[in-house]
Structures are given as structure tokens and as C-alpha cells.
Design a protein around this ligand. Structure first.
Ligand code: NAP
Length: 467
């Protein structure tokens, strides 16, 4: 695809309309369409003066047929069937040189399948992860692109222009072939799940163990956002916890049902980690915690039947800050381990430093740590492990005692901290040259004749259990 004479966008929902306005704002002409045509009309009105560069159409087909070639059509519709249907429709209309760009939160396996399908028909396919929610899509998201490099070159000017900038550098890049962009976005979301859960665990302990008010905890988050924990998620948590509900006059969080939703990307991260022989324990714990939260009536019943006491805790407030820092480092490290495993499996040759760089602005997990993470990946990294990079090993050594104190106090007091404890279990496992799976291997050999490797060399040995 040589140039982008025409750009189209299908799907004017939350993300699509924000992305479309961003594209127009950056001076690019744009064709748009939406399944429900009235939404398109509303969008044109909303665009105001930006509508001058806008061509609105009644349907995807009408848009594709009206666009001069070469065409690049961004799909911003729910992942799954709607993407397949749109691709099917477009494949019948588009011609070699045209491109289809799926910008939704798609499972990378689907992207790999669709890449083969679309490119088999002589068209180009790009799987593009977009992070930053509505605000990011409107003003500059972080963009993770997968597909053939040549295909990306054709849309690079637009993608870079609309993306977030960190020190003037675009937070957007081509990361690898076919599903690489969507996979990196999926793992980004997995890390996001873990970070959100860990922040919520700290909040829970400070509130129900330490007796602090949401406003006081929010003020603490606000203060932490000026230090090592500086990040979008800590920032918004500070704002949310200090917000007051207009109806009750009490804390806004208190009127929210404690049942978390999920759309799948966290779960996909955990599933793919396990399939790749990894275990991203903090991410898995966060996914599980959301599932448990959805069992509201069971939990209410459990409280009346189990009657476990909820004890108060008394920790220095800095302990929470350091616990969050240690746990955040571990969540990022686990995310990058999954990326490394997938990069090997699918021969994507992912550039981890670059991924950390494009997460530094625009996306939900943007944080002060990411600059240091990209530096760590560009420097000496023993065994490729982020937690072994000198800068991070030192930080962990300083912050882990606090994570232990917070986790221990929570467990003793009956406060659930699944992500904190899972993060700790992983780092403690990585910090022991000899663990306890010698016994697991012995058990496997005992009941299944699976054999084991002896410390003095040979593999396939059996124990003396039956002698
Ligand atoms: N919201 C976020 O923060 C966020 C962040 C990153 C990525 N994403 C991803 O971006 C994609 C779009 O999300 P969104 O939040 O913008 O969703 P949304 O607000 O619900 O909008 C969905 C859009 O898709 C259209 N649509 C729904 N079902 C369709 C179908 N069967 N065929 C054709 N069009 C259909 C809708 O058209 P109608 O007007 O006709 O209903 C609407 O334009 C998803 O993959 C999502 O996971 C979302």
C-alpha cells in the first residue's frame, strides 16, 4: 500500500467516534459509516467544523464503494462476529492495494486467522491494539500494530499523528506480523487488570483494616502519584476515592455495587500464559478476583455462614506505597515474560524496550516505571528477566519487605489480597534455587512411573518406592 489517499472508519461507538475526531483533528480526511445510520448523522453534527473533511455514508458497503483507491478501512466494532462479517463484506468489494484494519480488542488467534484469509485474497490486513479508553482515542492513544511491515508503512503517518506522544515521540509502532499487535494489547490489558486489582487491595486494607476514609485514602493516592507510583491508574484512583455522590453526599465508591465486569482480555492473557507454559500469577489472580466479585449473592451468604473475623491492621502508610510498587514491578515483569514466550512461539521478534516505550503515554497502564523498564530491556538483563535487571532487583529488595508486611497483615486479618499474595508467591519462587517440586516429581514417579532427573545427571530415573 503506497499511500493513504482515503481512510475509512466503520463503527462510530465510544472508541470509533473518538478515534474519528482525532483523525480529523490531525488534518486527515475521513470516510465514516456505522451499522445504525442515524448514529452517523449524529456524529457528523458532533464533529462541527471538523466535518469539513468528513464523508459520511449509510453503510459499510456504500462507504467502501465510494472511497477512491487505495482504501484503508478501520473497523472499530465489537470483537468477534461483527469483525468477521465486516471483513466478509469488504473482501467482496476491496481490491489489491486496499487494507482492512481491525482496531478492536481482538483475540490475536482471530487476527492470525483473518490475516491469512484477507491476505489470501490479495488485500492487506492489520491488527491494531488501541489503548487509552475514550479519552485516549480522542486525544492520543497508545497504538500497538501487527501486520506486514509494508502495510504499516502506508498508514504510519496517520497512526503516528493520532497517537499519544512521550517527549515528542509517538506511542505507536509496528510490533510484529499478524497477531503481534493484538497480543501485545491483550497483555497490556492483563497487566492493567493486575494493577487495578492491587490498587483495590491496598484500598481495601487501608479502609477496612486501617479504618481510613475513602477521601483520606484518595488523598494518599494523590500524593503517591507524585512519586515512584506515578501512573494513570493511581491518579484516577485518587480522584475517584475523593469523589462525593451527589444523591447521598457520601463517598461515590460507596454507592457502587462491588461486582466487576470483564470483557475477556485479562482472561485471554491468563489463558495464553498457561498455554505458553507460563503463569502470570498476579494477572491470573486479578482475573479470578473479578470473577469472585461477580458472585455477589454467594459472598453475602458466605459472610453470614462463615463468620470469619475481619481484624484491624496497623501498618505505616509507606508500607502500602512500597507494597504497591513491588507488586506493580512483578505484574509488569510477568506481562513481559508472556510477551517473550509468545514472541518465541510465534517468531514475532518483539522489541520489549519499544513496547515499554509505547506504553509510556496514552494507555491505561502508563506509569513512571515504564521509562525505566525500557531502559532495563536496552541494558543488561540477566536471563531476560526484568526483575533481575539491576535497577529493578534493587527496588524489589527495598520494597519487598513492605509487600510481605502488607500481605501478612491482610491474610492474618481476613482481608483478601489475591494479587498481592500471588505476586509475592511468584517472586519468592524465583528467588530460590531449589524449591519443593522434587517431591512433586517423586509423587509423579510413584503413581505414574513418570520418571525424574537426578541431581547427579541422568534423566528418566525411578525412585526406590517399589523396591
Ligand atoms: N471502550 C473502551 O475503553 C475500549 C478501549 C480499547 C478498545 N476497545 C475496543 O474497541 C472496540 C469498540 O468498542 P467501543 O467501546 O467503541 O464499543 P461501543 O461503544 O459499544 O460501540 C460499538 C460500535 O460497534 C457497532 N456494532 C455493534 N455490533 C455490531 C455489529 N454486529 N455489526 C456492525 N457494527 C456493530 C455499533 O454500532 P451501532 O451504533 O449500530 O450499535 C457501534 O458503532 C471493541 O473491540 C472494544 O473492545 C474499547
Amino acid at each position: 500500500m503506497a499511500d493513504l489517499a482515503t481512510l475509512g472508519l466503520y463503527g462510530l461507538g465510544t472508541m470509533g467516534s473518538a478515534l474519528a475526531l482525532n483523525i480529523l483533528d490531525n488534518g486527515f480526511a475521513l470516510h465514516v459509516a456505522n451499522r445504525t445510520a442515524t448514529v452517523t448523522n449524529e456524529f457528523v453534527e458532533e464533529a462541527g467544523p471538523l466535518a469539513a473533511k468528513l464523508s459520511a455514508h449509510d453503510s459499510l458497503e456504500a462507504m467502501a464503494r465510494a472511497m477512491p483507491k487505495p482504501r484503508a478501512i478501520i473497523l472499530m466494532v465489537p470483537a468477534g462476529g461483527p469483525v468477521d462479517s465486516a471483513i466478509e463484506e469488504l473482501c467482496a468489494i476491496l481490491e489489491p492495494g486496499d487494507a482492512i484494519i481491525d482496531a478492536g480488542n481482538t483475540d490475536f488467534h482471530d487476527t492470525r486467522r483473518r490475516t491469512a484469509l484477507v491476505e489470501g485474497r490479495g488485500l492487506t490486513f492489520i491488527g491494531m491494539g488501541v489503548s487509552g479508553g475514550e479519552e485516549g482515542a480522542r486525544n492520543g492513544p497508545s497504538i500497538m500494530v501487527g501486520g506486514t511491515p509494508a502495510a504499516f508503512e502506508g498508514i504510519r503517518p496517520v497512526i503516528e499523528a493520532i497517537s499519544a506522544k512521550f517527549n515528542g515521540e509517538p506511542c505507536a509502532d509496528h510490533l510484529g506480523p499478524d497477531g503481534a499487535g493484538h497480543f501485545v494489547k491483550t497483555v497490556h490489558n492483563g497487566i492493567e487488570y493486575a494493577d487495578m486489582q492491587m490498587i483495590a487491595e491496598a484500598y481495601g486494607l487501608m479502609r477496612y483494616g486501617q479504618g481510613m476514609t475513602p477521601a483520606a485514602i484518595g488523598a494518599q493516592f494523590e500524593a503517591w502519584d507524585k512519586g515512584a507510583l506515578k501512573s494513570y491508574l493511581v491518579e484516577i484512583s485518587g480522584i475517584v476515592l475523593q469523589a462525593v455522590d451527589k444523591q447521598t453526599g457520601g463517598p461515590a465508591v460507596d454507592v457502587i455495587v462491588d461486582r466487576a465486569g470483564q470483557k475477556g482480555t485479562g482472561r485471554w492473557t491468563a489463558i495464553e500464559a498457561l498455554k505458553l507454559g507460563q503463569s502470570a500469577s498476579a494477572i491470573e489472580a486479578a482475573v479470578g478476583a473479578r470473577s469472585w466479585s461477580a458472585e455477589k449473592s454467594t459472598r453475602v451468604l458466605g459472610e453470614s455462614i462463615l463468620k470469619t473475623p475481619l481484624l484491624s491492621v496497623d501498618l505505616a502508610v509507606e508500607d502500602y506505597e512500597n507494597a504497591l510498587l513491588a507488586a506493580r514491578i512483578i505484574a509488569y515483569a510477568q506481562g513481559f515474560r508472556i510477551l517473550a514466550a509468545a514472541s518465541d512461539e510465534y517468531q514475532w521478534n518483539l522489541d520489549f524496550a519499544r513496547i515499554a516505550e509505547i506504553w509510556r503515554a496514552g494507555c491505561i497502564i502508563r506509569s513512571a516505571l515504564l521509562d525505566d523498564i525500557s531502559a532495563a530491556f536496552r541494558g543488561e538483563l540477566p536471563a531476560g528477566q526484568l526483575v533481575f535487571a539491576p535497577a529493578f532487583a534493587e527496588r524489589l529488595q527495598a520494597a519487598l519487605p513492605a509487600l510481605r508486611r502488607v500481605t501478612a497483615a491482610a491474610i492474618t486479618g481476613g482481608h483478601p489480597v489475591p494479587a498481592f499474595s500471588a505476586a509475592l508467591a511468584w517472586i519468592d519462587s524465583m528467588a530460590r534455587g531449589r524449591g519443593t517440586t522434587d517431591l512433586v516429581q517423586a509423587q509423579r514417579d510413584f503413581f505414574g512411573m513418570h520418571g525424574f532427573e537426578r541431581i547427579d545427571g541422568p534423566a528418566g530415573c525411578h525412585g526406590p518406592w517399589w523396591d
